[in-house]
Design a protein around this ligand. Structure first.
Ligand code: ADP
Ligand code: NG1
Ligand code: MG
Length: 469
């Protein structure tokens, strides 16, 4: 298991509630739906249900995998599972949404083949594998898992539908095999096993999926994994809006290319600073070794790196290494053939964004204004667009709408499509949402036939993962 979850002696395990305790109508209806599908498919009632939320990240984008803190909150939208076991050691997956085909495989020989396009059941398998790999003393014969999946987190939209699915699979496997993992252990093992899909993400999504609390956004820090409730002004209202463009992070090399560019920037600065570059992969670890403040790290980037893209040959020359060694120490399967890397821009974004996270958290602590928080969100978006180059024309348009009705807006999640999050006030929220509907969705060809209330909505922080019996 990743060191993130180690040494967690607390008994802070996911909550188990009884279905009767659920008062929220929408969740009750969803439970009834998966229960009915389960009965129809498997001929019996499920043993339990698992609910894992998506998340919206308020600030701190593309920095978790560099070791820096982020500010997400859990959403109402979630993955819901109906689960039962069987004698037959088979994983049987059924999805209430017909676009995700049924799937089954032997549970003892799970294997994820990432050579083709990513498939939904592979995310589920990641979670099952994560738990099996971390269980102490596997039973001689594994029981099978029958699962019905239902999800309402817009997929490939930066609201972490993938991790909700992976985390739900991990939690259902742990519960079915009667193994207790703490929330932190589940978050750490889920972050690690989601990488089997091919993306080399950080641990933000899985952390908030398990550690989210109703009513508060969290500062999530890594190494070791910690969560601190954030104080935000009482009149802060967050609005999510969808750009109508989807981006599956495991289907292209864009996401991993950014991860690798950060690693390369880290290693080149390390080498130029006389440190052992082979041992450093994260910009936060580099900062620790250099003993600098974040602002000094940004200055170091500007001093030691150049703005023009680096070729692979130049990188190998600076690091005094070979292509093969670089592949071994730094690159991933889907980035090993990339020839040009932008290091200055990516590293500058990371250090400045990490600093904005501190400022955002402090602003909340000290009761600063919504204007201050909003300005940080605006700077974050500008940096993601210009330095990190992971925005999308739809996102740039969304964050420019209704300027007089909100304090700030930015893309959320990995980007290249997906959603934006904006900060507004209770007085302006309704008009802001109406303005987005009018100026973005009304004439958008891709919004035809879609329920616009599911594309643009006010959101409030929700509880992390729980089990229903
Ligand atoms: P996100 O930003 O939502 O995390 P990703 O690109 O990381 O997007 O992952 C999206 C993938 O997760 C989808 O292509 C699909 O395979 C899987 N997924 C998301 N929601 C569901 C669901 N309700 N049922 C099955 N698979 C889902
Ligand atoms: P999304 O966009 O939800 O798939 C991804 C990563 C996060 C983080 C953000 C960008 C995974 C599972 N998720 O989230 O860790 O790096 O992008 O801030 O890799
Ligand atoms: Mg994802």
């Amino acid at each position: 298991m990743d060191s993130n979850g180690k040494g967690d002696c607390s008994q802070d395990v996911p909550t188990i509630l009884s279905v009767e305790q659920v008062t929220e109508h929408q969740l009750r209806d969803r439970v009834t739906q998966v229960q009915n599908v389960y009965q129809a498919k498997f001929g019996v009632q499920p043993d339990f249900f698992v609910r894992v939320p998506g998340r919206v990240n308020l600030i701190g984008e593309h920095i978790d995998y560099c070791g820096y803190a982020v500010c997400p909150m859990a959403l109402k939208q979630h993955i819901l599972l109906a689960v039962g076991t069987s004698e037959d050691p088979v994983l049987n997956l059924v999805n209430v949404d017909g676009k995700y085909p049924d799937f089954n495989t032997a549970i003892e020989t799970l294997k994820i083949d990432v050579s083709g396009p990513p498939q939904w059941h592979q995310y589920f398998m990641c979670g099952v594998m994560g738990v099996l790999e971390n269980m102490i003393g596997l039973p001689e014969k594994l029981v099978g898992l029958n699962v019905v999946v239902s999800g309402d987190i817009p997929p490939s939209s930066g609201l972490s539908s993938s991790s909700a699915l992976v985390c739900s699979a991990a939690l259902c496997t742990a519960h079915a095999y009667k193994t207790k993992f703490s929330k932190r252990e589940l978050a750490a093992l889920s972050a690690k096993c989601e990488r089997y899909i091919g993306t080399e993400g950080g641990g933000m999504d899985q952390a908030i999926a398990f550690l989210g609390n109703k009513g508060c956004a969290k500062l999530i820090e890594f190494n070791p994994l910690r969560d601190t409730s954030m104080k935000l002004p009482e009149n802060a209202v967050f609005v999510i809006s969808h750009s109508l463009a989807e981006m599956n992070k495991a289907a292209t090399a864009d996401f991993n290319c950014r991860v690798v560019e950060c690693r390369l920037a880290c290693q080149i600065i390390a080498k130029k600073s006389g440190l052992q570059w082979e041992k450093l992969t994260r910009l936060a670890d580099l900062q620790k070794q250099l003993g600098f403040k974040l602002k000094e790290m940004a200055e170091t980037v500007q001093r030691l790196l150049h703005e023009e893209p680096y070729s692979k040959t130049e990188i190998c020359d600076i690091l005094e290494t070979t292509d093969d060694e670089l592949e071994k120490f730094t690159l991933s399967e889907n980035t090993k053939n990339i020839q040009q890397f932008k290091l200055y821009q990516r590293a500058l974004h990371v250090y400045q964004e990490a600093n904005r996270v501190h400022q955002f958290f402090e602003a909340g602590e000290t009761g600063a204004s919504l204007e201050t928080l909003g300005a940080l969100m605006n700077s974050s978006h500008a940096s993601l667009k210009d330095l990190y180059e992971c925005s999308h024309p739809g996102l740039d348009k969304l964050v420019s709408i209704g300027e007089n009705l909100r304090y700030g807006a930015r893309l959320t999640g990995a980007g290249w499509g997906g959603c934006s999050v904006a900060l507004t006030s209770p007085e302006n929220a309704k008009e802001f949402v109406e303005t987005l509907k009018r100026e973005f969705y009304a004439d958008h060809p891709l919004s035809k036939g879609k329920d616009v209330d599911k594309l643009v909505f006010v959101t409030e922080p929700q509880e992390g993962a729980f089990i229903l019996v």
